[in-house]
Write a protein that binds this ligand. Structure first.
Ligand SMILES: NC(=O)c1ccc[n+]([C@@H]2O[C@H](COP(=O)([O-])OP(=O)(O)OC[C@H]3O[C@@H](n4cnc5c(N)ncnc54)[C@H](O)[C@@H]3O)[C@@H](O)[C@H]2O)c1
Length: 327
C-alpha cells in the first residue's frame, strides 16, 4: 500500500484527534512534519511526544490568519488539512465562528498552498454534506440539502476545492469522513462525540443519554482507516483519482442502541459491573441525520482504499485505549 515517505507534510489541526493520529504515522515513517494548530479543541498532550524530534515542527497559530498559513506551507510537499471546528450542535450555537474557521480558514489554506506550489492538498470533508438525502448507501455524486451550519461549511469547502483545482490547477482531494472514532477522541466538553461520551459514562457507571429512540444509525469509522485514506490521497499517481471527493468509512452501519450494547460488552471485560448500566433516552437533536451509511466503492476503485479495521475491530482497540487513559 502506498505510504508517504521522504516527504515534508503540513498537517493542520495536527493536535486534534484525527490530525495527531495522522502525525504519529507520518513521523514513524520518517517524514518531516509541520503541525499547525491553535489548540482550540486540540491538545498539546496529543503531540508532545514529537516535540524533541528535529523532523517535527509545531506552529501554534490560527488558520484564520493568512500570514500564518503562508508560513506553514513553505517548503511543504503535501498539505493534509484537518483543522476545523467540528460538531453540528456547536455550529448551531455559534455559526459565525464555525464559518470563520471552516470557510475563511479553509480558503486561506487553499490560497497559501497554491502560492507555495504544494504538490497536493488533501482535506477533511464530511458525511454531513449528504444532508437530508435519504438514499442509502450514500454515493458521492448525490447529495441532499445541508441540515446545519457545519454541513454548509463542509459543502462550501468542496465547492472551493473544485474551483481551485480548475482555476489554479491545484491537485486536491476531499475525504468525506463518516463518524470517525478511536484513540484520543475527546470525551470531554459540550460537543463530545457519541462513542467517547458513551465510554466515559459507562466507565463511571452513569447512564449515558441517547438522543432519540436509539435507532438512528451511523457508519462508524476507525481512525486508522482515515489515516490510510489521507496517505493514499496524497500519493496516488492516477490523474483519474484527483480533484474529486471520496467517502471514507467502513460501509457498514450500527444503530446507537447496538453501539451502546457493544461498548458495554467490551468494557464489561475490564469491570463486570458495567454490564448493569442502562442508557437513558432524550429528544432527538436538531440537525442530526437519521441514518448514515457510505458506499466506499469509489475510494476502493480509485484510491485502493481498503479499511484495515471493521467497526468491531476498531471498537476493541478504542476501548482498550480509553480504559488505559480514562479509567
Ligand atoms: N471526527 C469525525 O467524526 C469527523 C467526521 C467528519 C469530518 N471530520 C473533520 O475532520 C477534521 C478533524 O476532526 P477531529 O475529529 O480530529 O476534531 P478535533 O477537534 O479533535 O481536531 C480539530 C483540530 O483543529 C484545530 N483547530 C480548530 N480551529 C483551528 C484554527 N482556527 N486554526 C488552527 N487550528 C484549528 C483544533 O485545535 C484541533 O486540534 C475536521 O475538519 C472535522 O470537521 C471529523
Amino acid at each position: 500500500m502506498a505510504i508517504i515517505e521522504n516527504s515534508s507534510v503540513l498537517v493542520t489541526g495536527g493536535a486534534g484527534f484525527i490530525g495527531s493520529n495522522i502525525i504519529d504515522k507520518l513521523m514513524n515513517q520518517g517524514n518531516r512534519v509541520v503541525c499547525l494548530d491553535n489548540f482550540s479543541t486540540g491538545k498539546r498532550d496529543n503531540i508532545a511526544h514529537h516535540l524533541p524530534n528535529a523532523n517535527f515542527k509545531l506552529i501554534d497559530g490560527d488558520i484564520r490568519d493568512f500570514a500564518t498559513c503562508t508560513k506553514a506551507t513553505q517548503g511543504v510537499d503535501f498539505v493534509l488539512h484537518q483543522a476545523a471546528l467540528g460538531s453540528v450542535p456547536r455550529s448551531i450555537k455559534d455559526p459565525i465562528t464555525t464559518n470563520e474557521v471552516n470557510v475563511t480558514g479553509f480558503l486561506n489554506m487553499l490560497v497559501a498552498s497554491s502560492d507555495a506550489g504544494v504538490k497536493r492538498f488533501v482535506y477533511a470533508a464530511s458525511s454531513s454534506t449528504y444532508g437530508d438525502s435519504k438514499e442509502l448507501p450514500k454515493v458521492e455524486e448525490r447529495i441532499g440539502n445541508p441540515l446545519s451550519p457545519y454541513a454548509v461549511t463542509k459543502y462550501v469547502n468542496e465547492l472551493y476545492a473544485n474551483v481551485f483545482s480548475s482555476v489554479y490547477k491545484m491537485e486536491i482531494i476531499g475525504l468525506r469522513y463518516f463518524n470517525v472514532f478511536g484513540p484520543r477522541q475527546d470525551p470531554n466538553g459540550a460537543y463530545a462525540a457519541v462513542i467517547p461520551l458513551f465510554v466515559k459514562s459507562l466507565i463511571s457507571k452513569t447512564s449515558p443519554l441517547i438522543n432519540g429512540d436509539g435507532n438512528f444509525s451511523r457508519d462508524f469509522t476507525y481512525v486508522a482507516n482515515v489515516v490510510q485514506a489521507n496517505e493514499l490521497a496524497a500519493t496516488t499517481t492516477s490523474t483519474e483519482a484527483i480533484n474529486t471527493v471520496y467517502n471514507i468509512a467502513c460501509g457498514t452501519r450500527t444503530t446507537l442502541n447496538e453501539l451502546f450494547s457493544v461498548i458495554k460488552g467490551e468494557l464489561s471485560a475490564f469491570d463486570a459491573e458495567i454490564v448493569h448500566t442502562k442508557a437513558i433516552y432524550g429528544p432527538e437533536r436538531a440537525g442530526d441525520v437519521p441514518h448514515s451509511l457510505a458506499s466506499i466503492s469509489k475510494a476502493q476503485k480509485f484510491l485502493d482504499y481498503m479499511p484495515t479495521h471493521s467497526f468491531s475491530q476498531g471498537i476493541k482497540e478504542a476501548i482498550g485505549w480509553y480504559w488505559e487513559n480514562l479509567a
